[in-house]
Design a protein around this ligand. Structure first.
Ligand code: AMP
Ligand code: GLY
Length: 426
């Protein structure tokens, strides 16, 4: 098979490495890809959001299967267009991807089908939101832009002034464009967070192994929200008991709810969960693999990923046994100093070719090749991933590898996995 992967970050690199293991696959293409991905796949300079461009590329290279990884093309209907053109695909259609594309949709869905989540209210103008928050006078509170916002559409103000400033930016200055036409204000929940990615063909749901993201830029969960600075799998807070409860109260009910709405979801559904004192609740749904969750989940997958993708496409997932290794896996993101705000690009990366220890995989997120040199080209540059017998063991390998890799102003968190290790000690 010739497989085309749409996207160009660390998640896509992890997908490509796993697809490469499949005996069914003899060629992998990627658009747009990145410097590191170009060692594993033929990269084409077509933007991941260019629907016509991707359909034409799939035709041109005669792709047998297309995997659409990022949220924006899924929400915009890239899978629909590829299917209309006759391609087999992995990823939800637009009418199902809305589960990530609109927070108002997903909150209303959870309310209608009794799926546990934070209490909320929807607004369509800034004055009403501010009045509501002033009257309620409970802080912190949580304000979410309705639409996609590069993972930055959530603010958690500690005061009315902060809330007002945030709401005006989203709804009046439109810093996220149309995504800010509506906002959801919700109850602030507390408890450990767990990411669960799940394969589903719309009939059954097969959760993958759990993981924990580290979203803030700085150690101790300080600093700005980022796309994710590191991950560990498994997530020790996700016990067998919690997993069962999630299956009964969240995973299956969500799949069934989407079917009842005529929006069957096929692909990877990401459940962002919080384990509250009143049980697990949904913080967010994503219509795709998480980044950098994929980087610690897929290395543990033992089953041929193309077999899974084909089973989902053919709606025969329930016949397939999916196997996982008992290893722990950790990913430390090396970012450009300045990320998630502004940062320079084009800085040479050294130390990658010295060879990594056993079980270490360096996924490329924002790299390019210029004049035969590997250079930085994004905020998140590398996901330094390691497998080990325990989280502690894997972390040691990840950090040893991080130490050997250099570029000017490299920034990474030194405390990835500490929360998981502390939970294990309890
Ligand atoms: P999201 O982009 O929806 O994942 O939100 C970003 C982060 O904001 C989450 O990972 C949580 O840490 C936090 N968050 C979102 N919603 C809530 C909530 N209702 N209560 C507490 N924290 C939240
Ligand atoms: N790491 C969180 C996300 O992919 O949205």
């Amino acid at each position: 098979m010739k497989v085309l992967v749409v996207g160009g970050g660390g998640r896509e690199h992890a997908l490509i490495r796993k697809i490469k293991e499949s005996p069914k696959v003899n060629e992998i293409a990627c658009c747009p890809g990145n410097g590191g991905i170009s060692y594993d796949a033929t990269c084409y300079p077509v933007s991941a959001t260019d629907i016509d461009g991707v359909v034409n590329l799939a035709k041109e290279i005669k792709a047998d299967f297309v995997v659409v990884a990022p949220d924006d093309p899924l929400v915009a209907g890239m899978v629909d267009a590829l299917n209309d053109a006759g391609f087999a695909t992995f990823g939800p259609k637009a009418n199902a991807a809305i589960i990530e594309g609109s927070k108002v949709f997903s909150k209303d869905l959870m309310l209608k089908y009794n799926i546990p989540t934070a209490e909320y209210k929807v607004f369509d103008n800034a004055e009403d939101v501010i009045d509501y928050i002033r009257e309620k006078n409970e802080f912190p509170t949580v304000i979410k832009a309705d639409g996609l916002a590069l993972g930055k559409g959530v603010i958690i103000p500690e005061s009315l002034e902060e809330a007002e400033a945030g709401v005006r930016e989203i709804m009046e200055d439109k810093i996220f464009g149309e995504s800010g036409n509506h906002v959801v204000v919700e109850e602030f929940l507390t408890g450990p967070e767990v990411s669960v990615l799940a394969f589903t063909d719309g009939k059954c749901v097969k959760p993958m192994v759990s993981s924990m993201d580290h979203k803030r830029a700085l150690d101790g969960d300080k600093g700005l929200n980022t796309g994710g600075m590191g991950t560990v799998s498994p997530n020790p807070y996700y016990t067998d008991e919690i997993a069962k409860e999630c299956m009964d109260t969240i995973f299956m009910p969500t799949i069934e709810a989407m079917n009842k709405e005529g929006r069957t979801f096929k692909g990877c559904l990401y459940f962002g969960l919080m384990i509250t004192k009143k049980g697990p609740k949904v913080i967010e749904y994503n219509c795709r693999f998480g980044d950098p969750e994929t980087q610690v989940v897929l290395p543990r997958l033992k089953t041929d990923i193309m077999e899974i993708f084909e089973a989902i496409n053919n709606e025969t997932l329930s016949d397939l046994d999916i196997e996982w290794s008992d290893d722990a896996c950790t990913c430390v993101v090396m970012a450009s100093g300045g990320y998630p705000k502004s940062y320079p690009k084009g800085l040479e990366i050294t130390g990658l070719t010295n060879g990594q220890a056993d079980g270490v995989i360096v996924y490329h997120a924002g790299t390019a090749i210029e004049d035969n040199k590997l250079v930085t080209s994004g905020g998140r540059v590398l996901g330094v991933t390691a497998l080990g017998n325990t989280i502690e063991d894997a972390l040691k390998k990840s950090y040893e590898a991080v130490d050997k890799i250099n570029f000017q102003n490299k920034h990474y968190r030194k405390d990835i996995g500490q929360k998981a290790l502390n939970a294990l000690k309890k």
